[in-house]
Write a new protein. Structure first.
Length: 290
């Protein structure tokens, strides 16, 4: 089967590039850790929804999902404890939420597990698998960046916490790969559906990932481009409705406007000169990269 990996931000910046800069700024570093915490916490809710939809079948998957939820809850607990020790915020992180955007782009009513169990399983497992891959990529890059950074007590404490989580996240990716492979082996039709689901959810994940990172000028148009890329992974008859339901929010993007204001205010308050010399040019250059 095709192996789908997360793509770089705007096809140019990889996880190591981004984490190197994040680790060097304590404020952004703590926000990033809080984003991890929020995602781990939120995934418990999303996995529970899948569990409830399945209503006890297949039994082996129900057991696996229960263990998965326990892992994610433990990760959220470790990250909460870490942030508390560092005196950092543990509220909802600022900016566009990766996991909220991912949920918004999903077509949750596409399959009814009571009628099309295998189709629902393929869809749910492909969605879980692609987000776990992104998490693994970033935890690995974060550990690497912290090893290159000054070995302060705080950096060592953060690295140790992430290093505890990373192996379990890698295990979740392998688990998802196994389940998808089992489903693909059922028939040529199943294999085709698994491949299509991988492409669809990879496009959704990339769109959600970039939405959470990109607030510069022209971001709305780039979001529309990503939305069209997602729609293009679907059957022709599903595309118009999917686009029409999500296009207004994508174009208006109220949370994006709020993020811009938040970031601009913080940069101005911290360093007015940097606001003029760095933030404004960076913001205006965004449209040139469409």
């Amino acid at each position: 089967m095709t192996v789908v990996y997360p793509r770089k931000f705007r096809n140019s910046l990889g996880a190591r590039d981004l984490l190197k800069n994040i680790v060097g700024d304590r404020t952004i570093h703590l926000i990033t850790l809080n984003r991890y915490r929020y995602s781990e916490q939120r995934s418990c809710k999303d996995l529970t929804e899948v569990l409830e939809q399945l209503n006890g079948q297949p039994r082996e998957l129900i057991r696996d999902l229960s263990h998965h939820i326990a892992d994610e809850a433990r990760h959220a607990m470790w990250l909460t404890d870490l942030l508390m020790d560092l005196g950092a915020d543990i509220g909802k992180p600022p900016g566009t939420s990766y996991i909220d955007e991912f949920d918004r782009l999903l077509d949750k009513d596409a399959y009814d597990p009571a009628k099309d169990l295998d189709d629902y399983l393929i869809s749910a497992l492909a969605a879980i698998n692609v987000t776990e891959k992104r998490g693994c990529e970033y935890f690995s890059a974060h550990i690497y960046a912290l090893k290159q950074a000054p070995q302060t007590e705080e950096n060592i404490k953060i690295r140790d916490a992430i290093a505890k989580i990373f192996p379990e996240e890698a295990g979740h990716v392998r688990w998802g790969n196994r389940w998808l492979a089992q489903l693909a082996d059922k028939s040529p039709e199943h294999r085709q559906k698994v491949e299509q689901a991988k492409q669809k959810y990879a496009a959704i994940e990339q769109a959600a990932f970039e939405a959470g990172m990109d607030f510069t000028l022209g971001a709305e148009l780039r979001r529309v481009t990503k939305l069209v890329e997602v729609a293009n992974t679907m059957p022709l008859w599903q595309r118009p409705q999917y686009l029409m339901e999500r296009l207004p929010h994508t174009l208006l993007a109220p949370e994006l406007q709020f993020t811009r204001i938040q970031v601009a205010q913080k940069v101005w308050q911290k360093d007015p000169q940097a606001f003029i010399e760095k933030f404004v040019p960076m913001f205006l250059q965004g449209i040139q990269k469409n």
